[in-house]
Design a binder for this molecule. Structure first.
Ligand SMILES: [Zn+2]
Length: 62
């Protein structure tokens, strides 16, 4: 048996991947559930109100 510890899995330095906690969140106007920022919403994040297209269609009228 070898006593050396394998270091195949070295923790990547921070910066490459964002943590989920770092992403902004919003509450869906339809289902009320919080949803996280997505890359496809990068340009229109301020306008996003629904977590998905489904909620976008099925939004309730007051
Ligand atoms: Zn929703």
């Amino acid at each position: 048996m070898s006593d050396m510890t394998s270091q195949d899995q070295i923790p990547a330095p921070s910066g490459r991947m964002r943590r989920k906690g770092d992403l902004p969140h919003k509450d869906c106007a339809a289902c009320g559930r919080p949803f996280a920022w997505r890359r496809k919403w990068a340009r229109c994040w301020d306008e996003i109100r629904f977590c998905s297209d489904r909620c976008r269609r099925t939004r309730r009228a007051p």
